[in-house]
Write a protein that binds this ligand. Structure first.
Ligand code: UD1
Ligand code: CA
Length: 452
């Protein structure tokens, strides 16, 4: 089946510089919720219009886009994507601003469509508040939809309404699309009119209205975020993850977490993140697009685009930036920042350190206050630290530089040259002692005071 997502609309009530469908729910833009759902059913095409370039920049490369400019209605949107439609395949139509639709619902719609050999199957729901929606009218075993603005007083009382989600036969769409007219109250080409042209049509009534709830303003955006969040957390808890405080925990739809992991309060986990079993995450942690093994602790820390192997401990107050790889049993401690850095098995950087563009071996001890000086204002350079090396506190490693295996750098050193294996490197001014100097100075000052 082909999947066409309509996302050309303006979204005026968002009061935003950005197109509506790129606003996020649990860290994931609405359009990407819909694209990912669509991908489970077939090739995806998106109709873009309002701020098309911004919407396109959020879409995966294998998604085709069709420009609708100006926007003359949902039927016109499908006309603009005519090239996408295949006469041999069904066409699932979704909206870019309806993010919480489930696979199960689409499967039900698909089943009905196939079993009835329909030309169109409409997803509907029943509401006490049908104003604004197209009403479902059944006549002679067929379905017809009348839009709110075109409905008679009698029709307006109908409580079964159109969700805007349909499966069409591609052949039926191609044969009838040109018959749509804009001769109606809104002067638009209605996709709903195609439904009335079908000889074989039926509906699937959805119980869970949340799934077809659209986002029109930021209040609805927050409402859907709350519902989505609750559903994700409940699923995780039922699969064996402890969420200490669901109110202050935000976990995105593409996050996987293993059994017996505990998520402490005020923690946000987003993007394509995977966390293993028996981990302790939080409190106050933010993890994005990262891969975390088993028995890992992340306390009060930021983790982005990083890989963390088993039994690693991170934090409190660490910041792991893009390209960080921490091998087994590594300890990254208080106020340590890493970027594009691999830290080997059992190595430690426990206090106040910056490691950028560094490759660090196994069993290395990085002393407090160590800085890799990886940037000279123009370019970035690498630092290599061999297995078993000991970097003294407050060492500046001026890259590019190579510290040999088992080597030691003296505390406070500025290391500008490579250090051979097992050597001691000192790069600091030699200490001078001036006996009695301090006392003498004090007495001088005292005498000067008396004279005044
Ligand atoms: C449409 C349906 C209505 C249904 C309602 C459900 C029609 C004529 N009516 O209403 O029966 O109850 O959805 O929400 O289809 N869009 C475009 N191009 C356009 C117009 C819209 O891409 O020219 C997109 C919008 O971005 C949005 C979706 O289509 O994602 C629905 O548009 P919207 O204006 O909200 O729907 P209505 O026409 O009010
Ligand atoms: Ca609408």
């Amino acid at each position: 089946m082909k999947v066409l997502i309509l996302a050309a609309g303006l979204g005026k009530r968002m009061k935003s510089k950005y197109p509506k469908v790129v606003h996020k729910i649990l860290g994931k833009p609405m359009i990407n919720w819909v694209v990912d759902l669509g991908k489970a059913f077939g090739e995806v095409g998106v109709v873009v219009g309002h701020k098309a370039d911004i919407v396109k920049s959020y879409l995966p490369e294998d998604v085709k886009t069709y420009l609708q400019e100006p926007q003359l209605g949902t039927g016109h949107a499908v006309m603009c994507a005519r090239d996408f439609i295949s006469k041999n395949e069904d066409l699932l139509v979704l909206y870019g601003d309806v993010p919480l639709l489930s696979k199960e619902t689409i499967n039900k719609l698909k089943k009905e469509h196939e079993e009835q050999k329909n030309q169109v199957t409409v997803l509907t729901f029943v509401t006490d508040n049908p104003a604004g929606y197209g009403r479902i009218i059944r006549e002679n075993g067929k379905v017809r939809i009348v839009e709110d603005k075109d409905a008679t007083e009698e029709e307006k009382k109908i409580k079964e309404v159109n969700s805007g989600i349909y499966i069409f036969s591609g052949k039926f769409v191609l044969e009838n699309l040109d018959k749509l007219s804009n001769n109606n109250a809104q002067g638009e080409y209605y996709l709903t009119d195609l439904v009335g042209m079908a000889d074989r049509s039926s509906t699937v009534i959805l119980e869970d209205i949340v799934e077809v709830s659209g986002v029109n303003d930021r209040i609805q955006l927050a409402q859907l975020e709350t519902i989505a969040k609750q559903r994700i957390l409940e699923k995780l808890m039922l699969s064996g993850v402890t969420i200490v405080d669901p109110n202050s925990t935000f976990i995105g739809p593409d996050v996987e977490i293993g059994m017996d992991t505990i998520i402490y309060p005020f923690t946000i986990i987003e993007g394509y993140t995977k966390i293993g079993e028996d981990c302790e995450i939080g409190p106050y942690s933010h993890i994005v697009d990262s891969n975390i093994g088993n028995e890992v602790k992340v306390i009060r820390s930021e983790v982005e685009k990083s890989v963390i192997e088993n039994k690693v401990s991170v934090g409190p107050f660490s910041r792991l930036r893009e390209g960080t790889v921490l091998k087994e049993k590594v300890k990254i401690g208080n106020f340590v920042e890493t970027k594009k850095t691999t830290v080997g098995k059992n190595s430690k950087a426990q206090h106040l350190t910056y490691l950028g563009d560094a490759t660090i071996g196994e069993d290395v001890n990085v002393g407090a206050g160590t800085i890799t000086c990886n940037y000279d204002g123009y370019k970035k350079y690498p630092t290599y630290i061999g297995d078993g090396a000991f970097i003294g506190s407050n060492t500046s490693l001026v890259a590019p530089v190579n510290i040999g295996k088992g080597a030691i750098t003296g505390a406070g050193s500025v290391i500008t040259e490579d250090v051979p294996n097992d050597a001691l490197a000192l790069g600091r001014a030699r200490q001078i002692i001036k006996e009695g100097w301090a006392k003498k100075k004090r007495e001088e000052l005292k005498n000067a005071d008396h004279k005044e």
